[in-house]
Design a protein around this ligand. Sequence first.
Ligand SMILES: [Zn+2]
Ligand SMILES: [Zn+2]
Length: 213
Amino acid sequence: MIKIKEFIFNPIQVNTYVLYAENNECIIVDPGCYTDAEYLKLYGFIEENNLKPVEIVITHFHFDHVMGCAQVSKKYNLTVSGHADYKLLFKHMDVKMQAQLFDFDFEMPPLPERELKHDDEIILGNNVIKVIHVPGHSPCGIALYVKEDKLLLTGDILFEGSIGRTDLYLGDMSLLVTGIQKKLLCLDDDTKVYSGHGYTTTIGKEKRTNPFF
Ligand SMILES: [Zn+2]
Ligand SMILES: [Zn+2]
């Protein structure tokens, strides 16, 4: 069984998640820490619960989701994993350019050492986390799915009552909508959805009430 802890970090209010297993290993998803207090909150939780971070996973390489990546990876000596198509995004706009555009200053994240693709599996303790690639908000957008626990992390792909914006670099509305329909809305209605911003929801609720579907 995987447990999940949510934090809301940085002025863009990104949801950072810690997923942790029975053996206390954890992965940190989208470390968006920006202030010292935010780093301390994350580190405090990890220490209080005796967790052992093993990997950083990035749902997509927009600057708000990687603001704390460099420092957190150094603190725990972690490699970064993310979808290989971050390279397409970076050809147009890497994280440094994004940060400059939005006027933020933070240490640039390390490049992913492990390049994920659709259907890959991330192992955490006895648990399997499936990688689901859904481009359209960004070329490298992935959702993370834990079938056993009916947990789905969607980054900026799917939100409560909305979907990710598609007016950014390499955004594609029809790709995003069809990707969500084909790959996410087919999951069980009681699958809990943890988004990159905003509130937790379920697949069933989004099927019934999300105006994009
Ligand atoms: Zn984004
Ligand atoms: Zn975001």
